[in-house]
Write a protein that binds this ligand. Structure first.
Ligand code: NAD
Length: 257
């Protein structure tokens, strides 16, 4: 399938899942806008490399997804947004009675509220273009919970709820909204939470991977960024035209348990 002529904005896409999604969309022919809160030469070089490799227009636009006005400015600066992938996210692991308030606020802002702002800014563009796809990268933690992740689980459940509302508000239009719920994917976000989890559970790294991270993933394998990118491309295909307001789990069986 070809996404030639479509422009995709992927938030939080200079690493991990967002980068993998942007690459799969570019492979399918979409022009892509990469984003994060930094403005380094390497961010722009990454976009240039993707553009050259896949023969699409690829740009990097700096915008901090913790700030509502910057979320909206990202979409305005993109100029066109046929495919919106809300992916930016952070994590912090702590018991709820010790959870730092600033971390709570940042996780809710970046992982959930940013999707409200970008969706609000992108829908008029999708309506004008007569086609649109909103894909929210939620999590297995949008459907289930784990201890020590109060802010993350709350934000991801919120994203799943918001996805359903956007789908209902666009149900009579050629626009769909869905959430992808990955299990564990070995990205910098997951790497970063291993030391905290080792401390919380008094475990070695290997024990954390086997007994904590993948304990609820029956396949005992991490999902890959390519698989998640492929799922986004599928949601942009004509086969997915009537798929809206739902979640697609890419979690090795986690939510079947
Ligand atoms: P990552 O840390 O590799 O990537 C996160 C991206 O978000 C980075 O590009 C980072 O620069 C960006 N980002 C962080 N704060 C930002 C801000 N304020 N403004 C703009 N961009 C910002 O993590 P990842 O694992 O690729 O996670 C991507 C998404 O997938 C997140 O929403 C995460 O919750 C979700 N997810 C990840 C996993 C997993 O196992 N890795 C599982 C389920 C869901």
């Amino acid at each position: 399938m070809s996404l030639k002529g479509k422009t995709a904005v992927v938030t939080g896409s200079n690493s991990g899942i967002g980068l993998g999604v942007a690459i799969e969309l570019a492979k399918a022919g979409a022009d892509v806008v990469l984003n994060s809160f930094t403005d380094r030469d390497e961010d722009h070089a990454l976009a240039a490399k993707i553009g050259a490799e896949y023969g699409v227009t690829a740009r990097y636009i700096k915008a901090d997804m913790s700030k509502g006005d910057e979320c909206r400015a990202l979409i305005e600066q993109a100029g066109k947004c046929d495919i919106l992938v809300n992916n930016a996210g952070i994590q912090h692991v702590a018991a709820i009675d010790e959870f730092p308030v600033d971390k709570w606020d940042a996780i809710i802002a970046i992982n959930m509220t940013s999707a409200f702002h970008t969706t609000a800014a992108a829908l008029p563009m999708m309506r004008a273009a007569g086609w649109g796809r909103v894909v929210n990268i939620a999590s297995a933690h949008g459907l289930t919970a784990s201890p020590y992740k109060s802010a993350y689980v709350s934000a991801k459940h919120g994203v799943v709820g918001m996805t359903k509302v956007v789908a209902l508000e666009t149900a009579r239009e050629p626009i769909t909204a869905n959430a992808i719920c990955p299990g564990y994917v070995l990205t910098p976000l997951v790497e970063a939470q291993i030391p905290d989890t080792m401390r919380e559970y008094k475990m070695t790294r290997e024990e954390v991977v086997e007994n904590v991270l993948l304990t609820r993933q029956p396949s005992k394998e991490f999902a890959t960024v390519e698989q998640l990118g492929g799922t986004v491309v599928f949601l942009c295909s004509s086969a997915a035209e009537q798929i809206t307001g739902t979640t697609i789990s890419v979690d090795g069986g986690w939510t079947a348990l």
